[in-house]
Design a protein. Structure first.
Length: 378
């Protein structure tokens, strides 16, 4: 029996539309496993999968797409889930990004999909997904699980914004983040599981259902379907209760809502040197002084405050912590003990014109903010 015969038997949605839809899933833990499995079973054919972690033995008790061999080899989660998805339906097309959604996923990836599903475990990652989706004009579905509890929310540009719902306390807490593996280890040390396969199944199923509704935009507009946008679905498994609560905020003054359009296509790639990029932008935009605003700063060196010693970095700001571990004089020092010399704009005055865009921290398929224009690169 062909895959077309299998996946055409599911009801209530247009199978042709689902097959053409492009879905990005950010996070490949227990929740991401359930979401991806369900999407493949529904007949979705085109995926972008994002995660920066590797499979660990503790993942195996709650993640259907991982195997013990994946854990032994510490395979990238993105590679492991892609293999299992293809084993369910060999016709699916899966593009994997092993990286941090905050900095390693170019905005062009978000513009090219129909809906984004967030399966992450911290506010900062949710904030970054929301920022990218607002800039790209795409809806996204958020899911969260903890123990026997879980929630699902939907955010759409012009209707509901995650950042607007955070409030002052939530915004102040954005800097706190911990990968799933860290949370799992903490819970295991306390003699408990961070979550269960049951709660991941429940919340992942609701996320996929809401994502499929967003793909059927006409049915939503006509009232044939009702979206969760503006509400939060709450599930509590210990006493088996569910409830819906209002969860809608959209402040017109919120800077996160800035829509990055229109976008100018270009032949610029991340393998181009900064100097070559500047020349291409001058020709493309007719601007004698193009200035590219970096999403993450570029750090050429740090100085130890106490001694005045300077240590070369030559990396994106997010990589400084890892670079510090490679230098004996920096190892173990808090960031507050250092002065960081950084650049936040690329222009003709940037002193390292021979570095590539990738080397200064710009990801593939990003959208560059150049003066008052937006330029897509590959």
């Amino acid at each position: 029996m062909s895959s077309e015969e299998v996946f055409s038997r599911l009801s209530w949605f247009r199978s042709d539309r689902v097959a053409k839809a492009k879905v990005m899933v950010v996070g490949c833990g227990a929740l991401g496993n359930e979401v991806l499995k369900n999407l493949v079973l529904f007949g979705v054919q085109h995926f972008v999968v994002v995660d920066f972690d590797c499979v660990e033995p503790s993942n195996l008790s709650r993640s259907i797409l991982f195997t013990s061999n994946d854990a032994r080899q510490r395979r990238r989660k993105t590679d492991a889930v892609a293999d299992r998805m293809r084993s369910i339906n060999p016709t699916v097309k899966v593009q994997t990004i092993f990286g941090d959604v905050a900095y390693d996923v170019g905005l062009g990836w978000f513009r090219d999909v129909d809906v984004v599903i967030g399966c992450v475990d911290n506010r900062w990652a949710r904030y970054c997904i929301n920022r990218h989706c607002m800039r790209a004009g795409k809806p996204w579905v958020d899911g969260g699980i903890d123990g026997l509890e879980g929630t699902v929310r939907v955010f759409r540009p012009g209707e509901n914004c995650y950042a607007c719902n955070l409030g002052p306390e939530g915004l102040n807490d954005l800097a706190r983040r911990m990968p799933c593996s860290g949370i799992i280890r903490q819970n295991e040390e306390a003699g408990r599981a961070a979550t269960t396969p049951v709660i991941a199944s429940v919340i992942g199923a609701v996320q996929v259902q809401e994502a499929l509704k967003l793909i059927h935009s006409e049915q939503l507009e006509q009232g044939e379907l009702t979206s969760l946008c503006g509400k939060m679905f709450c599930y509590e498994g210990q006493h088996l209760t569910t409830r819906m609560v209002a969860f809608q905020a959209y402040d017109d003054d919120c800077a996160v809502h800035e829509r990055w359009e229109p976008v100018v296509p270009s032949a610029i790639t991340t393998t181009m040197k900064v100097g070559e990029c500047m020349a291409a932008l001058r020709q493309l935009l007719g601007d004698d002084n193009p200035q590219v605003v970096l999403g993450d700063c570029f750090v050429d060196m740090v100085e130890i405050c106490a001694s005045g010693e300077q240590v070369e970095m030559m990396c994106a700001g997010r990589q400084v912590a890892a670079m510090m571990e490679e230098h004996a004089s920096l190892r173990g020092l808090p960031r507050t003990a250092l002065r960081q010399h950084e650049y936040r704009v690329l222009d003709d005055r940037f002193p390292y014109q021979q570095l590539t865009l990738a080397q200064v921290g710009i990801p593939q398929r990003d959208i560059l903010k150049v003066n008052n224009c937006y330029v897509k690169i590959e």
